[in-house]
Design a protein around this ligand. Structure first.
Ligand code: NAI
Length: 251
């Protein structure tokens, strides 16, 4: 499929993990892709590896308004427009409530919620005049509550409310806004969770696969496939939704 020929796609936190897998899928479907991440060399390395018609890697801390402004400006300069924004950048600072620091709380809110807000606000400046755009936000099954993740689950449920509000505001301008809530996806983020739980990553994956209705854990490609559908014109009557891509695990 070549659904993204002529489109410019920006994926935040795309140097690795789900973001990199998603950037790859859009590149495979013909998009010009901007890979944004904290570290410029990591972002550029991923961008170069996509084999896209055109790709750039840019340093951007999504929680920093000035950095976001610079990065979106650079994307439009180098790739010509911004048609699709995937707000994927994320971190965890897990702890039980009584041990959770103010920094743990603020960092998680700033990356997930403020980051999605700043990036979307900047991107819509280009999407609204074009009367075209797709914004996709990464929520999580943890939005439904997860022990040790009060900060992260609050942010990820916040992402769902943010998604619905943007869908209402931006729909009249031809912009669709949706969210994906992944279940357990094998990335460095879930490997770090294993370390916190004092387990080998393979052991945590095995336990999650056993407990999952489809008896496997997810891969970045599972999220990328859903992202490529939700941001396509085939999904133009879908907006304000959160799609759980979790093998049915939340049921
Ligand atoms: P990851 O840790 O492998 O990758 C996250 C990327 O975001 C890294 O490259 C990191 O440098 C970047 N990043 C962090 N802070 C940033 C900032 N301030 N500005 C720009 N980039 C920043 O994580 P993974 O697993 O790929 O997660 C991607 C998204 O999916 C996150 O929003 C995460 O919360 C969400 N998610 C992941 C799940 C999983 O099982 N892996 C499950 C549910 C949601």
């Amino acid at each position: 499929m070549n659904r993204y020929a002529g489109r410019v796609v920006v994926v935040t936190g795309a140097a690795r993990g789900i973001g990199a897998g998603t950037a790859q899928r859009f590149a495979d479907e013909g998009a010009r892709v901007a890979v944004l991440d904290l570290d410029e060399s990591a972002a550029s390395a991923t961008a170069q590896g996509l084999g896209a018609e055109k790709a750039v890697g840019l340093a951007c801390d999504v929680s920093d308004a000035a950095a976001v402004e610079r990065a979106v400006f650079a994307v439009v300069e180098e790739l010509g427009s911004i048609d699709v924004l995937v707000n994927n950048a994320g971190i965890t600072r897990d702890n039980l409530l009584f041990k959770m620091s103010e920094d743990d709380w603020d960092l998680v809110m700033n990356v997930h919620l403020k980051g999605a807000f700043l990036m979307s606000r900047e991107a819509q400046k280009h999407m609204v005049p074009a009367k075209y755009g797709k914004i996709l936000n990464l929520s999580s099954v943890s939005a439904l509550g997860n022990r040790g993740q009060a900060n992260y689950s609050a942010a990820k449920m916040g992402v769902q409310g943010f998604t619905r509000s943007l869908a209402l505001e931006l729909g009249p301008f031809g912009i669709n806004v949706n969210a994906i809530a992944p279940g357990f996806i094998v990335t460095e983020m879930t490997d770090a969770t294993a370390v916190r739980l004092k387990m080998e990553p393979e052991e945590l994956r095995r336990l999650n696969a056993e407990a999952n209705p489809v008896r496997r854990v997810g891969a970045p490609e599972d999220i990328a496939a859903a992202a490529a559908f939700l941001c396509s014109d085939e999904a133009s009557y879908i907006t304000g939704q959160t799609l759980y891509v979790d093998g049915g695990a939340k049921v």
